[in-house]
Design a protein around this ligand. Structure first.
Ligand SMILES: [Fe+2]
Ligand SMILES: [Fe+2]
Length: 321
């Protein structure tokens, strides 16, 4: 019995995100809109801008989460065949991946409910590329290879959204805002997913052959390609639907007087036309880029082939109430 693997979800039935935990009737309160506009766009009146920004970010995240959930189910089913290369003995990894998949589909469900409630809109895209993204993981690669690639791509977004959550918690320590609550509850689940990712990195990737590692790298590259395309489509669709650029006049942080400053006010480099890096959660100045749009391969090189225990400092949720 791999007790540490089983222990990842020991408290999952007590600490989890479910849409029924959300105070939906408060999502569009004036005070809440003021708070998220101030926190994410720098100005209390930026209601339309912050709604558009969150629509783009959370819709994109929900689409990725649906893909993660369905691919995890596929890996579980493929690894359960008699002739599959052994991925597990016993039930611990099945249990871990099943909890992971179930939570991801509830995240997608909750994020979509949130942005529809927040915006009063229900935006559909012509093609969310789900079939193409799912097909990437329907090949002959072993379940180990597929799981390693999926965890490596999910890990980046899970880490970045955790930083976003911590930023909102710093601005709203008592979690009065429904948006902070959404990120907090989501973070309870993500802390477990990150532990599952670490398991894949430490125990599965290290056992792969050179050719299997190449397969992992290929799957990661293709997944990233679709995730980037998804981001581009979400950005275009949201800008078109809302008729505004949520990144225009973005700010980069607090000035010496304690007030938010627009990027162009504070940063002479940006004044000259070169945008600086955003902190997670800030509106983004570059079309097509958002919270999840970091360079995954760079992070992967740092994390995939090393034991990434330092990330526990970022994802340390053990003492949460
Ligand atoms: Fe998630
Ligand atoms: Fe996750």
């Amino acid at each position: 019995m791999q007790q540490h693997l089983f222990d990842i979800n020991r408290q999952a039935h007590h600490q989890f995100l479910h849409p029924n935990k959300m105070p939906w009737e408060q999502v569009r309160d004036e005070e809440e809109l003021d708070f998220i506009a101030t926190s994410l766009c720098g100005h209390r009146d930026d209601h339309d801008k912050v709604v558009a920004y969150l629509y783009k970010e959370l819709a994109q995240l929900a689409e990725i989460e649906m893909h993660v959930a369905s691919t995890l189910v596929q890996v579980i089913c493929e690894a359960s065949r008699d002739n599959a290369r052994q991925l597990w003995a016993g039930t611990e990894l099945v249990h871990t991946l099943s909890c992971f998949a179930a939570e991801e589909i509830q995240h997608a469900n909750t994020f979509y409910q949130y942005i529809r409630e927040l915006s009063g809109r229900d935006i559909k895209t012509a093609d969310n590329m789900f079939a193409a993204r799912a097909a990437l993981y329907e090949g002959e690669e072993s379940p180990r290879v597929k799981l390693a690639a999926l965890c490596a791509t999910a890990y980046v977004g899970e880490s970045v959204i955790t930083v976003f959550e911590k930023r909102m918690k710093a601005l709203d320590p008592q979690v009065k805002s429904p948006f902070t609550l959404l990120l907090y509850l989501h973070g309870l689940d993500e802390a477990r997913h990150i532990k599952a990712d670490h398991y894949a990195i430490d125990h599965i990737v290290t056992g792969l052959s050179r050719s299997e590692l190449q397969q992992v790298a290929d799957l990661i590259a293709k997944t990233e390609h679709y995730n980037a395309e998804l981001s581009r489509q979400c950005t275009e669709r949201v800008k078109q639907e809302f008729g505004l650029d949520y990144a225009e006049g973005n700010y980069v942080g607090l000035g010496a007087d304690g007030h938010h400053q627009r990027a162009a006010q504070r940063d002479p480099v940006r004044r000259n036309g070169t945008p600086r890096r955003r902190a997670p959660g800030q509106c983004h100045p570059q079309a097509g880029r958002g919270v999840l749009d970091v360079r995954p391969r760079t992070r992967l090189r740092l994390n995939l082939f090393t034991r990434s225990t330092s990330n526990e400092a970022v994802h340390g949720y053990e003492s949460r109430p």
